[in-house]
Design a protein. Structure first.
Length: 112
């Protein structure tokens, strides 16, 4: 079972198990992480699942066919604290190829 390493707002890190095929949003929401609401259920209608993706994972996400779309970029415009590493966690589905992915919750202090 793949895992997700999550950097929280206070800088602490937590690792969680993720079912293959589940979106990162579903995993983090079910683990009760702050800031991950997923109000639209993954329909690209809100930005309540905004996260940051560690730069080492950008190419791996693209290789797993989860490149950012124009529609996702438009929805991200609704989010706070966006940067070059911003993604909507509902648009990235977990797989063995993404085992160990590092993400940070929106608003976390990161230096990448």
């Amino acid at each position: 079972m793949p895992t997700i390493k999550v950097i929280q707002k206070d800088g602490s890190q937590k690792e969680v198990a993720a079912e293959n095929g589940w979106s990162i949003m579903e995993v983090l929401r079910d683990e009760n992480f702050d800031n991950i609401e997923g109000a639209c259920g993954g329909a690209l209608a809100c930005a309540t699942c905004h996260i940051y993706i560690h730069p080492d994972w950008r190419d791996k996400i693209a290789a797993a066919e989860h490149e950012i779309t124009e529609e996702e970029e438009d929805t991200l415009d609704q989010a706070f604290d966006i940067n070059d590493h911003s993604r909507l966690s509902c648009q990235i589905r977990m797989s063995d190829e993404l085992d160990g992915i590092i993400v940070a919750l929106s608003g976390a202090k990161i230096d990448w």
